[in-house]
Ligand binder design. Structure first.
Ligand code: ADP
Length: 319
């Protein structure tokens, strides 16, 4: 393999730039040519493709977002769209593609793989919801952003003796809520994977109040329930006044943490190695701090699982 391409797709995440840098530098280190595909699969279809040099990825390791831009592209879900993409890659002489993104982006990479075009998936999403890896690029940074917000909210919650409901990202996966909830000392964590009982939450609040707690923090994943509706129901069930804070897109931005930069560098470089070894159709990941790779089709068939021991622990520690 002499020429490879790299694109970022779907929701962006902090550390994607560090992954692009790793792909480019690792490839050039091994005398490959690297092409950046701008604007995700949309840019692939329209041929928005430019050669990247060592300097093209200078000064980006610390920046959030993605220098290659990202997009959602409906046309790429069709076979015609995918064929157009493959034609563009072939027209540029690009023989393998690194796709950095979430599970939707992996589905695109899987579609190309099934049509005989070698792709390697690199897990870039703050949601931590990709099977075949314990951690995704951007998750740690998002957690640190959430924790910063929880700590600040805690200051004001203590001063006013209030119950705060903090909504974090995670439509289908509760990882952000769970990890940030544990690290932020939340009294209650609500995640899509587990049912909850409003009366039990109200009873916990009351118990805490009776033992002199000055505030309560409830972290809720967006996929569970709208935080505002939840707050209304909790006020009815408990008689405590609540305040809602929806953190939103700030969770996607910011300079990546050390953890995310190192993870992105390792995974990006490994993706290039796999293409050089002629192993397309793989998804790279990390397990027990070791790099792993799986067949991308099999990886997508697996289900992302959340560590429910952490859920249990957070409940034990927040009595
Ligand atoms: P993420 O990668 O963050 O999960 P999306 O789910 O929006 O984000 O997916 C990103 C892009 O991947 C989509 O806009 C589309 O172009 C492509 N994609 C998603 N699902 C498929 C699919 N089933 N087949 C082909 N391409 C897909």
């Amino acid at each position: 393999m002499k020429k490879i391409g790299v694109l970022t797709s779907g929701g962006d995440s902090p550390g994607m730039n560090a992954a692009i840098r790793a792909v480019v530098r690792k490839a050039i280190y091994h005398d490959l040519e690297v092409y950046g595909i701008y604007g995700g699969y949309s840019g692939l279809i329209t041929g928005n493709i430019k050669k990247l040099e060592l300097g093209s990825v200078g000064d980006i390791i610390h920046r959030g977002g993605t220098m290659l831009q990202s997009a959602r592209c409906l046309e790429f879900k069709t076979r015609e769209g995918q064929q157009k993409g493959i034609e563009q890659l072939k027209a540029h002489g690009i023989e393998g593609l690194v796709v950095i993104g979430g599970d939707g982006s992996y589905r695109g990479a899987k579609a190309l793989t099934e049509q005989g075009y070698p792709c390697v998936g690199v897990p870039g999403t703050i949601d931590n919801d990709i099977p075949g890896t314990e951690f995704t690029i951007g998750f740690d940074t998002a957690l640190n952003t959430v924790i910063d917000a929880i700590d600040k909210i805690r200051d004001t919650a203590t001063s006013h003796e209030r119950t705060f409901i903090i909504e974090v990202m995670g439509r289908d996966a509760g990882d952000i809520a769970l990890w940030a909830g544990l690290a932020g000392g939340a009294e209650t964590i609500l995640i899509p994977e587990e049912n909850y009982d409003m009366q039990e939450i109200a009873a916990r609040l009351r118990k805490g109040h009776e033992r002199g707690k000055k505030h309560s923090i409830i972290v809720i994943a967006e996929g569970v329930y709208g935080a505002v509706d939840f707050a209304k129901n909790l006020e009815e069930a408990s008689d405590y006044e609540t305040r809602v804070s929806v953190l939103g897109h700030i969770q996607r931005g910011g300079s990546p943490t050390v953890q995310d930069r190192v993870l992105a560098s390792r995974l990006g470089a490994r993706a290039v190695e796999l293409l050089m070894e002629g192993k397309g159709g793989r998804a790279v990941g990390i397990e027990k701090n070791r790099l792993v790779d799986y067949d991308i089709i099999e990886a997508l068939a697996k289900k992302h699982t959340l560590d429910l021991n952490i859920y249990k622990l957070s409940q034990e520690l927040s009595i």
